[in-house]
Design a protein around this ligand. Structure first.
Ligand code: DGL
Length: 272
């Protein structure tokens, strides 16, 4: 048993999709969440840049005594997952892609799978590799969606919001034309607009929430390593971001359905 917190991080608010799943399903696990809201988006940066930024994010979380790192960001998982694991050899480091790919492979009936993600995730080819290893006959259609993260970070998330609906339709149209039966929300920001995506794709298309799947994956790892918290542990959740604290708290409140004012702190990530 290990009552230390799990470090959960993302370039911004997207990783809250993983935090939400942990809070809901494993309420005795403590969490330290970090969203790098000063430097978001990561998804249009080079691999080298993403690696340097995310190693700093990991180092910040290590100062909080975390027992594991959950990379609640597909862009970081695909571009810096190995580097983060090498920088933190003493604790489990778990990402999003393997878990989300496994969920999609289990859900698809036709083998036609759509992936929406950032440019850096699509460029890495990580989802194609993972899906084809699980389902050799799979046909994978990937779509980079550079407009979505900035819109979501500015709270354009609800059905009826013209900006997010237009941008989502632009990116989803080619996947709909390909007749996919599963869409992987391959960026942890996108489950915040799951309803918008679902309205466009129709109810016969299943969505995979890469944030929630990554939360299940870290719990599986901690179960195997004996690292779960005690059942009666009093969990503590602390939120950190690197800019725009008010916006962060507002989006977190909508998404987590919980007022987090007072438990969120702004830090200078460049110091780590
Ligand atoms: N939430 C991140 C992901 O899962 C990406 C956001 C960004 O572009 O910074 O890929």
């Amino acid at each position: 048993m290990d009552n230390r917190p799990i470090g959960v991080f993302d370039s911004g608010v997207g990783g809250l999709t993983a935090a939400r799943a942990l809070l809901r399903d494993y309420p005795n696990e403590s969490i330290v969440y970090f969203g790098d809201t000063a430097r978001v988006p990561y998804g249009n940066r080079t691999k080298e840049d993403i690696t340097n930024l995310s190693l700093q994010d990991g180092r910040f979380l290590r100062t909080k005594g975390v027992k594991a790192l959950l990379i609640a960001c597909n862009t970081i998982t695909c571009n810096a997952g190995e580097e983060l694991a090498a920088d933190n050899p003493d604790i489990p480091v778990v990402g999003t892609v393997d878990a989300a790919a496994a969920a999609a492979a289990a859900l698809t009936k036709t083998g036609r799978i759509g992936v929406i993600a950032t440019q850096a995730t699509v460029r890495s080819g990580a989802y194609e590799t993972a899906l084809k290893a699980l389902l050799p006959g799979a046909q994978v259609f990937s779509q980079g969606c550079p407009k979505l993260v900035p819109l979501i970070e500015s709270n354009h998330i609800l059905p009826g919001d013209a900006l997010i609906e237009e941008a989502a339709a632009e990116y989803l149209a080619p996947l709909k034309a390909q007749g996919v039966d599963v869409v992987i929300l391959g960026c942890t920001h996108y489950p915040l607009i799951a309803q918008v995506v679902s309205n466009y794709m129709g109810q016969d298309v299943a969505l995979v929430d890469s944030g929630a799947e990554s939360a299940k994956a870290i719990i599986k790892t901690l179960t195997e390593t004996g690292g779960l918290a005690d059942q009666d542990a009093a969990a503590q959740v602390d939120y950190y971001c690197s800019a725009r604290l008010q916006d962060f708290e507002t989006i977190a409140q909508v998404f987590l359905n919980k007022d987090i004012h007072g438990s969120a702190t702004e830090i200078n990530i460049e110091e780590f």
